[in-house]
Each structure stands twice: as structure tokens, then as C-alpha cells.
Design a protein around this ligand. Sequence first.
Ligand SMILES: NC(=O)c1ccc[n+]([C@@H]2O[C@H](COP(=O)([O-])OP(=O)(O)OC[C@H]3O[C@@H](n4cnc5c(N)ncnc54)[C@H](OP(=O)(O)O)[C@@H]3O)[C@@H](O)[C@H]2O)c1
Length: 294
Amino acid sequence: MKAQIPSASASGTFLIGGDMPVHRLGYGTMRLVGDGAWGEPADPQEARRVLRRAVELGVTLIDTADAYGPEIAERLIGEALFPYPHGVVIATKGGITRQGPAKTEYVGRAGYLIQCVEMSLRRLRLERIDLYQFHRIDPHTPLEESLGALKRMQEQGKIRHIGLSEVTPAEIEEARKIVEVVTVQNRYSLADRRNEETLAYCEQQGIGFLPWYPMAGGKLLKPDQPAAQTLARIAARHSASAAQLSLAWLLQRSPVILPIPGTSKVAHLEENVAAASLKLSAEETAELEAAAGA
Ligand SMILES: NC(=O)c1ccc[n+]([C@@H]2O[C@H](COP(=O)([O-])OP(=O)(O)OC[C@H]3O[C@@H](n4cnc5c(N)ncnc54)[C@H](OP(=O)(O)O)[C@@H]3O)[C@@H](O)[C@H]2O)c1
């Protein structure tokens, strides 16, 4: 697989919100910044190269958040990709504040979220954000207040579509009383299927499902994890890697799944994008699921 020029277009197209096409295999930017999503990248030049290469390879869905850095991932995207090529969707998020590496608090107050949207627009150098995802429901703020603020930003033309993150079907239904929800971003991979119910709901409703930690944050690629031997055996059959297999499994799992694998390296990005054209047989899928305990 590595000899071919990979293209994310081989993963097919999904229409977000019924009117915004993206190639299903996207790219997540959390790994571009320092550890624990805190601070500058170890290699800023490589970070910009990763972003430009993603677009060259046909990635049209780039996931980010103001909490990555904070601010740094969005700033890098603006620096590397502006002016954005036609069809590239930058999906950002707001609602998580960060106090240090891997330290977070959720804030869903209206005034704060409005500031988040305004600042993301500024850093991304956009007039409108194509997909704005509410990063976490704030347990101390009514959902009406948080989503009401995003709805106002949508009415003002500053947001095109609204998505949610880490939600149950019941929470999505609550949210849909306030805004149209076009995507959901929950933790999900071959090794972690706790959000199966939410995926089924999204599939039923035609809502895009962006699995975060699609390779279990890299753990699925380690030689000592339970499914490692099965992954290695099937990967060898396809001249592929464990990373490619775990992404191919997601793409085949449901037509609403839009994986956003993260990496800080061009070589890994190229490898991951090549998974768009990898097809697994029904037997291989069953074997992988059994090995991962899914
Ligand atoms: N909504 C939320 O709450 C939430 C939470 C977390 C993440 N996210 C989003 O989801 C995206 C994906 O999650 P993630 O990046 O945390 O985890 P992931 O995609 O499951 O795994 C990323 C890890 O795997 C490594 N990796 C990637 N490709 C590889 C390859 N081909 N070979 C070997 N190692 C490889 C990366 O290291 P290298 O850098 O060395 O490649 C990194 O350590 C994030 O980037 C972010 O956009 C959302």
C-alpha cells in the first residue's frame, strides 16, 4: 500500500448536515501541540507540513479545538492553510478550558462560548466556521443557555453547522430541541466500543459520527495490547499496518463514521490516509472484533 499515492477520497464522501461534503477519512489536530494538548509543538515546521500534506492527500475534514494548545492548533491551521482550498472543512470546538497539561474544566456559559466562537474565527482567519462542536456539556449551565448562544452565532452567520461531543442519545435529543445537530464526536475504536448506542442513534438519524481516539490514542498500535497479534497477522496479509487496519475497520463499521486520526508526523499521516483504500473481508472484521474483545 505504501508505494501508491494515498488519497482520502478513496474513503468516500459524507454530506454533513445534508449539504456539506467531506471525504470520510479526516485528520485530527490534537497531536500537533505539546503533550496533554498543552503548549507549542515539539517540531512546529513538521506540524505545518502535516497540515499541508493532509490537504494535498485529499483530506477535507480537519478537526481541531480552541483547547488544543490552548489556541495553538487553530493558530497553526490558520498559518499553514489560509487561504483555505475550496472544500476544506475546519471543524473546531469550544466549551473546554485548560489549566495545564491534560487538566480541563467545562464552561458552557453563553458569554464565554460567544467569545470562543469569535476568537476561533480570528485565529482560523475565517468569517464563518463550517462545523462548530460543543466540546462538552457543562453540568453547571443549562443546555438551553449553551446551545442558545451557538444558535445565535449561527443566526448571525458565524457558524454554519453545529455538532456535539461526548453525548448520549438522550442528550442529543435534548439538544435537537434547541438546534439542528449534524455531527457527534465520541470516543470510539476497535478497542473501545462504549459508545455503540450513540453510534447506532447517529446512523439511524444520518448524523455524522467522528470517533475520537480512533486508534485508542495510539494504544491499539502497541505490540503488547490484546489484539496486537491478530492485527499484525491480518495487516501482513494486506501489506498494511495496524494503524491502517484500525482505520479501515472504522470506515467499514458504519457509513456515518468519519475517523479523525491524529498524528504529529507526515510519515504517519501518509500511512493513515492510505487506509482509505484498504478493504477488510467479513471474516477479517469478525476476527479483529473477537481479538479486541469487541
Ligand atoms: N472530542 C473530544 O473530546 C476529543 C478528545 C480527544 C481527541 N479528539 C480529536 O480526535 C483526534 C484523534 O484522537 P487522538 O489523536 O488523540 O488519538 P488517535 O488518533 O487514536 O492516536 C494518535 C496517536 O497515535 C500515534 N499514531 C498516529 N498514527 C500513527 C501511525 N500510523 N503509526 C504509529 N503511530 C501513530 C500518534 O503519534 P505520532 O504523533 O507519533 O504519530 C498519537 O500518539 C484528535 O487529534 C482530536 O482532533 C477529540
